[in-house]
Design a protein around this ligand. Sequence first.
Ligand code: DAH
Length: 353
Amino acid sequence: MALMEDLEKLRDDMLSAISQAATSDALEEVRISVLGKKGSLTSVLRGMRDIPPEERPIIGKLSNEVRDRIEEALSQRAKQLKGAELEEKMKAGAIDISLPGRSMPIGTEHLINHIIRECSDIFAGIGYEIEGGREIETDWYNFTALNAPKDHPSRSMQDTFYIVDRSGDVSDVRGESDVLLRTQTSGTQVHVMEEKKPPIYMISPGKVYRHDVADPSHLPQFHQIEGLVVDKGITFGDLKGTLEYFIKAFFGEERKTRFRAHFFPFTEPSAEADVSCGICHGEGCRFCKHTGWVEILGCGMVDPNVFENVGIDPEVYTGFAFGVGVERLACLKYDVPDLRMLLEGDMRFLRQF
Ligand code: DAH
């Protein structure tokens, strides 16, 4: 039976064509060439009319088998090709994440924060607590409770930024008001003494504001670290010993300290502390104005009036206080020639620390 052989040959040819089809499109062409209207199997089946009726069931059965076999092979191959093609597509669209990414530069701690942390570490190491503070203060905390008399020059409009309530009469926004941007961190002494009972050993770093134009040695906004000790039997010797310890820890063992009498309203006696010049080591140079010393902080024994303002008995307790400018520490330690560099945020400068 020639037709049977034709069918078997057709099946074998088609199965090999199917297995060789390399793409879905090529496979579709093979499908049409067998099963399409003008397809090879279709035309073989059309030839059924011409075969004798007794052979038809056998040929019919075989041709059904051939068709099923081809259809199955087609669908299997289609699946294979689809999978391969999808993989191909994914490979083409893939992003290579094995290369290192573009790195974002990591920021550095600002020199001012660095110095505040360094000082805080030194004082925390000898048992001091680190207190927070408020940048907006009332006249009481910034001046009055600190024994600054009403006519003290530090209260004049030149020094202090006052905060004025403009919600009412906006015609006059000048003049002193009860609320201000603190000009010194000393107000935290008052807050801490109001809130805690002695013994008190604390420092409080923070930002302060002054009505000043920025120049190489002045800033309208800078940082201070306030220190306060209140305990029984505290003497000026404790103040000197503590500050000498701090200065050596911060600047180096070889640095010397001296105290000069000064005036601050909230301490009596008051002093300014100088450190030996780090550039000429005390010989005298331009940096220290040929004195061999540079001023670094104000200090003194807490005035009994301040204790009375916060309800601490000055007959029982004594104490000392100090205030140091952080920008000044930065300039002295790293020879920064102009304070404004600390405020400008120029990364070329800041990255060096
Ligand atoms: N508050 C002073 C200033 O801004 C610095 C100061 C001096 C603070 C003496 C003190 C102190 O606590 O005892 O210039």
